[in-house]
Write a protein that binds this ligand. Structure first.
Ligand code: NAD
Length: 304
């Protein structure tokens, strides 16, 4: 029977540790602070930001939510980031993506002080991560490593195959696995004969954005499967392809008209040694890791 790597329990354990660190910092008169910038009215973004601000409150981190008007220009946003870079009470700056199309997101993210880049997207942090220097690593990849470490799953010497090479997930997760002494292979949309490579994986990380692309035939029995993908299924046909006969999912689909599936086909979990479910796996660690990064940024900046 495969071990389920429970994202909620792992996130709670991380948040518990972060709260302890916040208390220790408070004893030295330091209160970590996060600034969250939300532009526009994308409902999912509003929920994400609300959850991040709430997590700060629960852990004793101060937060400042900025909601500039939709029509704000790139120049005005740059001025806002500049102010946040200069504020001593702010340790982390989070710009919720996606931004409205008229704003130059890349320019803006590059303007964040790397010391306050708690999303870990700044090229300086990517470079430091690759060079094995202290860096703020992106939250989802850092969460993947936390899952493995806190579940005491072996990494050193294991063959880790990462499917997906994005700057925010695939590349950084590969770098983190490499630093933890895994033998790492990165696959992507141009990889030839993907199944022959994924079948070699002791640890398989899927960060593709294609529902159930990793099928049971592509998995080595007993492997650890980490599913980063979040894909919404909205048609009956798509639902049946993954969850036909699954009463629990059926009820969810009937209620909401959609269900979430990862990049790994649920049937593949049956032959795994351990796996992260979707939902309820990797996704739940992202906010916990953002909190951990904010405390880390506070420590690195205020106690160099
Ligand atoms: P992306 O679109 O930037 O990158 C996808 C990668 O998959 C690319 O590198 C591409 O080469 C590769 N790919 C595409 N088709 C492929 C194929 N047929 N075979 C092999 N490789 C293929 O996506 P991303 O931003 O890295 O996100 C990946 C998934 O993770 C998405 O479902 C996203 O929603 C999810 N995600 C979840 C979290 C979280 O859990 N908090 C965070 C970020 C992203």
């Amino acid at each position: 029977m495969a071990q389920i790597l429970d994202g909620a329990a792992l996130a709670a354990a991380i948040q518990h540790d972060v709260a302890e660190e916040v208390k220790q910092l408070a004893a030295r008169g330091i209160r970590p602070g996060l600034a969250a910038v939300l532009v526009g009215h994308v409902p999912a973004s509003q929920i994400y930001v609300r959850n991040k601000v709430q997590a700060c409150a629960e852990l004793g981190i101060s937060s400042d939510l900025l909601t500039p008007p939709d029509r704000i220009t790139t120049e005005e946003m740059l001025a806002l980031v500049d102010q946040l870079n200069r504020r001593d009470d702010i340790d982390g700056i989070l710009i919720q993506l996606p931004l409205p199309a008229h704003i130059d997101s890349k320019r803006l993210l590059d303007a964040i002080d790397p010391a306050k880049d708690v999303d870990g997207f700044h090229p300086v942090n990517s470079g430091r991560l690759l060079a094995g220097r202290p860096a703020l690593a992106p939250c989802t990849p850092a969460g993947v490593l936390e899952i493995l470490k806190r579940s005491h799953l072996p990494i050193a010497g294991q063959h880790a195959v990462v499917v997906g090479r994005s700057d925010i997930v695939g590349k950084p997760v590969a770098a983190l696995l490499l630093h933890a002494d895994a033998t790492v292979t990165i696959c992507h949309s141009k990889t030839r004969d993907l199944p022959s490579i994924t079948r070699q994986a002791d640890i398989l990380v899927a960060a593709i954005g294609r529902p159930g692309l990793i099928t049971p035939e592509m998995v080595k029995p007993g492997a650890t499967l980490l599913d980063v993908g979040i894909n919404r299924l909205t048609t009956r046909e798509a639902f049946d392809r993954f969850f036909q006969g699954n009463a629990q999912r059926e009820a969810a689909f009937a209620k909401r008209g959609s269900v979430i599936v990862g990049d790994i086909h649920p049937k593949a979990f049956e032959i795994a040694g351990a796996y992260t479910p979707v939902p309820g796996g990797v996704g739940l660690l992202t906010i916990a890791m953002l909190m951990a990064n904010t405390v880390r940024a506070a420590k690195m900046r205020r106690e160099p």
